[in-house]
Design a protein around this ligand. Sequence first.
Ligand code: FDA
Length: 586
Amino acid sequence: TTAVIETDVLIVGSGPAGASAALFLSTLGVRNTMITKYRWTANTPRAHITNQRTMEIFRDMGIEDQVLADATPHHLMGDTVFCTAIAGEEIGRILTWGNHPARRADYELASPSMPCDIPQTYLEPILVRNATVRGTQTRFSTEYLGHTQDADGVNVRVLDRFAGTEYTIRARYLIGADGARSQVAADIGLPYEGRMDIAGSMNITFKADLSALCGHRPSVLYWVIQPGADIGGIGAGLVRMVRPWNEWLVVWGFDIDQGPPEVTDEDAAGIVRNLVGAPDLDVEITGVSLWGNNEQYATGLQHGRVFCAGDAVHKHPPSNGLGSNTSVQDSYNLAWKIAAVLQGHAGAGLLETYTTERAPVARQIVTRANTSAREFGALFTALGLDTATDAEQMQERLEERKDDTPAGAAKRAAVREAMALKNYEFNAHGVELGQHYDASESAAVVGDGTPRPEPTRDPELYYDPSTHPGARLPHVWVGDSNRRRSTHDLAAYEGFTLLTGVTGEPWAAAAQKAAAELGVAVRPVVIGPGREVTDLYFDWAERCGVAEDGAVLVRPDKHVGWRSHHLVDDPERELLGVLRRILDRT
Ligand code: FDA
């Protein structure tokens, strides 16, 4: 009964970080086991906004269609309303998540995949199913208890909660994807900055048919400004669509210094009816849970053979919808590196770039999400609600914005300005797609001597495509007369890809030789007429950032590892040097 079970990678948690890590590793042919504490996946909708970067990753895994089939589509996501109640008065709207016609162009130009809305209750089963079908050993009702590590691996003690028995799993690597209260992170003593539980929030899930109130202004979010809406919580009261238009989730704040409130189903129904603005609403409360807002990120993500990903390393409110997205993206960064080391293609130094690349992202998104929640304050101030002491006064202040007076005009202008600020939460395209791994920090990016290009527009709101080393590969459509493919479709997760043009063809032969020498996959793709794909709309020429005889080396995770502006005398030697550096090969 004390037989030790062996695996190459043990993953703790089946949330977005864990289940996607399992999927990526199985897709790469790495033996892995995923354990999770409960007998099934997430039991509440939780994260839902799924951004383009994540959809591209799902596309790469061949599961984009499955996700879209269960998701609310992009065009129903974004007529986002700010109001005194859903059935009450509108203060204003923002077209969000790229639904403004002007912004939709930015989103469509930037990626082969559009955002969608899929609650975790729908997403996790897709990830777990595909991971398991591809090879993951998935163990439900199995709890991580602790671990020890030595030079060759990690011994993990687990509890089978069904049988009530403990056993040990021996793994080469351990990934702690066990959420914001990560035991794995605590056990390896990950360093953190910031604080947990800075404000109190409650989630109320309910069923009610709101199609008559929402169908004509479809959005995943309806923000409600009411007395108490700026206490705790995520900036204002929120009624969030789970399924259009009969399943919902309310987020409402409470004063965390007063301790956790007791919320009965009747209290919950009262809050729902207030926010909807329908005192007689026929509502079925399906759940109430309390949670603390966090503003905390890890500055190191690894200790020896143990890594943490997802909420374990970035803890923040749902503002900007970055939690699940960033969790998937962490694992996408980590899994190919672990696979490369396990398969003997890379030295262990490559694993250290997980921290150098992802810790800055953790800091960035925690800061962004918390800033977004706070920036609702500007709207309360603009409306004069920050100093209103009761509901009646609040109503008076709201009425003032209708006045034909200089004060009324000033208030209307202030409201417009405060609303514009919310683009940083709901149209932050640069935050979503602009992640860049700096060559001065990451050894898995080789610089080309050029400085990172200065942003041409606000870098949080707008994404600037670039092949500067460390940037995400720009998407353009290439192909032939029969089909078009994204540049992302050319670059498989299973290896490196070298993109070049017709006069750069010697790079292709060099890539093949370098690949053979190092035993790694480096697929050359020549883009041009009569080649594997051609530059259908001449967009690649515009975006590739190098001359036709230059080359762009794309890593498995679709970030540029290196580029050469022109053909060089000995392209094979050049490429070998670069790949050795990226892969920590001596
Ligand atoms: P996640 O928390 O999803 O998963 C952790 C996994 O680890 C689970 O499978 C758990 O069972 C497992 N686990 C934990 N301890 C274990 C142990 N000792 N042994 C074995 N398994 C263990 N975000 C958002 O954008 N909008 C929203 O509305 C919400 N709402 C929301 C509500 C609630 C109640 C929560 C808890 C969270 C949210 N979030 C959210 C945040 C969002 O859910 C979060 O960012 C992602 O789920 C993070 O994914 P992870 O995979 O990192 O952790």
